[in-house]
Write a protein that binds this ligand. Structure first.
Ligand code: ADP
Length: 618
């Protein structure tokens, strides 16, 4: 180190990541070549954009290319680009720290299995550090694009620290000089590196040369005809473009001439990282115009809820030298957004029919985003509703159905699409609501995720059929022709019991009535669409989280006069009012629990002890 060099410590998290990357992460050491070439390509791309907007760029006339050279005898490999380069601050910021704010979460996530780790590493942008798997020492010679800058050399052995010193006579961009570890000297061999570049960097949009000889052909795969492209080519392109380690789950390659000229190649990844609760997906669909990149991550090209998409959109209708900012709120972008979104939703719908298994895989990973769209984006409501999948009483547990199939199966006398929400399929099935519907042969969708109910409330209708919760008051049930035989209370007794229950349960119930909903169970709550309604309340609870305290709403209680407990209660209330009181409250709590409305079971538990005491003390 010279006198001018300064020494720096890696940020603590960076150090940890470095250790993980170096010691365990990648099985394939060769991947560092792809990481560095991909960084070089990004740097060139950024420079190209600068040239569009900045008057002065250092080393103006340098070619936008990547030069790789190997030196077998000194066990070195060098990767040089004439891209945007880095200032001293940028060196510290970019190579000394992990920019991602969620680095702690990243560390947590990394404790997972190896395969997941590999997928994670690309997402968090720790690509550069992969070089330390094979390097004894790495030097980054760099000079920023800014006219009045200086050149620097960053150096590290991948231990705890690195140094930065000024370096005279640098060209614009970055030159990474890698001194290989003894074990990895193979990477200083020209043939080996040539193979790697061919394999990984076929899609780099800038020329790459190795020891002076050009190795890649710049290929815009999305402009070619589908028939000419093999699955492997698509997969390699995806891995390159999305910086992914595994192939995609689905791809859509589509071209159109009207209303806009579009060539697009879109991919759905295999995994939804957002599902792991770590960070938001970012839309990585690059926008090109006749093969020239306009924006690598344009905002507004797709709706938010399609943020998992990767790939390329190319439209010759785009102006070439428009700034990102003006692009972002242009009519053209909005139009592209509309056409592409419509087309992609149609594609998903086709997939759900033709490739059901793949679609279900998609649904399990990304269904939450489709639901987000259905609940928030009115424009595509019908198309999105078509894509929703739920369990249903008509299917075995674990199987899913969509609204189209549901509507096809609907019984002749059924008017609404019905759903019920519960913690699990079993809990819905054991509740009181299904019996009346099943007796009529009506199918019910079984919703088990808190957000599902909200989604259904916003979608509201499908194919002119209302979508309602089966505990809603809106559901009108006619009397069944074949009433269940057996004893039942008379009109007068019913009236007196209902009045008594209303009086006893006071403000906990707004109304007590009989109806057609119950066949075996003694009681249930009937919701209404008002704010006190069961499903509206569940949604409020969901939004407030478990801590949110809501005043107990007055609910409407329906009783089954044919049920033996109800019949018993009708007599008990006149003989032993105190016991009858216990029974009434217990019945209400049971009904609330079945409707997922019992917030706090303490009172119920205390009461059931009272009851038990009564029984055991004879
Ligand atoms: P990622 O590329 O995913 O952001 P890396 O660890 O590979 O993560 O790189 C970190 C940062 O270092 C990059 O975001 C970029 O700002 C900077 N960088 C890396 N290589 C170069 C290069 N060749 N030229 C200019 N900047 C670079």
């Amino acid at each position: 180190m010279t006198a001018k060099a300064t020494s720096h410590q890696f940020q603590a998290e960076t150090k940890q990541v470095l250790d993980i990357v170096v010691n365990s992460l990648y099985k394939d050491k060769e991947i560092f070549v792809r990481e560095l070439i991909s960084n070089a390509s990004d740097a060139l791309e950024k420079l190209r954009r600068k040239q569009l907007t900045e008057k002065e760029v250092f080393d103006e006339n340098l070619e936008l290319e990547i030069n790789v050279s190997t030196d077998d005898s000194s066990k070195q490999i060098t990767i040089q680009d004439f891209g945007i380069g880095m200032s001293q601050e940028e060196l510290i910021e970019n190579l000394g720290t992990i920019a991602h704010s969620g680095s702690k979460e990243f560390m947590e996530a990394l404790k997972g299995d190896g395969e997941k780790n590999e997928a994670l590493i690309g997402k968090f942008g720790v690509g550069f550090y992969s070089v330390f798997m094979v390097a004894e020492k790495v030097q980054v010679f760099t000079r920023s694009w800014k006219k009045d800058g200086t050149g620097f050399c960053w150096e590290s052995d991948g231990g705890g620290d690195y140094s930065i010193e000024e370096a005279e006579g640098q060209r614009r961009g970055a030159k990474i000089v890698i001194q290989l570890k003894e074990d990895f000297s193979e990477f200083a061999k020209e043939d080996r590196i040539k193979d790697i570049i061919k394999k990984y960097s076929a899609f780099v949009q800038f020329p790459v040369s190795l020891n002076g000889e050009k190795v890649n052909t710049v290929d815009a795969i999305w402009m070619r005809s589908k028939k000419e492209i093999s699955d492997e080519e698509y997969e390699e392109f995806y891995k390159f473009q999305a910086n992914e380690y595994e192939g995609p789950l689905m791809r859509m390659h589509f071209s159109a001439d009207a209303p806009l000229e579009i060539n697009s190649l879109l991919f759905v990844p295999k995994r939804n990282m957002e599902k792991m609760g770590m960070f938001r997906n970012e839309n990585k669909v690059a926008l090109h115009c006749r093969k020239v990149l306009i924006d690598a991550e344009p905002k507004g090209l797709f709706p938010e809820w399609l943020r998992f998409l990767k790939g390329v959109v190319d439209s010759s209708d785009l102006p070439l030298n428009v700034s990102r900012e003006t692009m972002q709120d242009s009519d053209l972008l909005r139009k592209l957004n509309q056409v592409l979104t419509k087309r992609f939703l149609r594609f998903l719908n086709e997939q759900s029919k033709k490739e059901e298994d793949t679609y279900i895989e998609f649904w399990n990973e990304f269904g939450m985003l489709i639901k987000e769209g259905a609940a928030t984006d009115f424009t595509y409501k019908e198309d999105l509703a078509k894509l929703l999948k739920f369990e249903s009483t008509a299917l075995d547990a674990g199987k899913l159905t969509g609204l189209d199939d549901y509507v096809d199966r609907m019984a002749g006398d059924q008017e609404e699409i019905l759903f019920l929400f519960g913690k699990s399929r079993e809990s819905i099935e054991s509740g009181p609501y299904l019996e009346a519907l099943q007796a009529r042969g009506w199918e019910v969708l079984l919703l088990t995720e808190p957000v599902d109910e909200y989604v259904m409330q916003t979608v509201r209708e499908y194919k002119e059929k209302k979508i309602i919760s089966a505990d809603s008051e809106e559901l009108k049930l006619e009397k069944l022709d074949q009433e269940k035989e057996g004893e039942t209370l008379g009109k007068k007794e019913i009236k007196s019991l209902c009045d008594w229950l209303k009086k006893t349960l006071e403000d906990k119930v707004s109304e007590v009535e009989t109806g057609e909903r119950l066949i075996d169970s003694p009681v249930c709550i009937v919701g209404s669409d008002g704010m006190g309604g069961a499903s509206a309340r569940r949604i409020m609870k969901m939004m407030q989280g478990p801590e949110g305290a809501l005043p107990a709403p007055a609910v409407k209680l329906q009783i089954n006069p044919g049920n033996s407990i109800i019949r018993g209660l009708s007599e008990l209330k006149d003989k032993e009012e105190q016991t009858a009181n216990l029974v009434a409250h217990q019945l209400l709590d049971n009904a609330l629990a079945s409707a997922n409305l019992l917030d706090d079971p303490r009172e119920m538990i205390a009461r059931s002890y009272q009851t038990l005491e009564k029984i055991t003390s004879g």
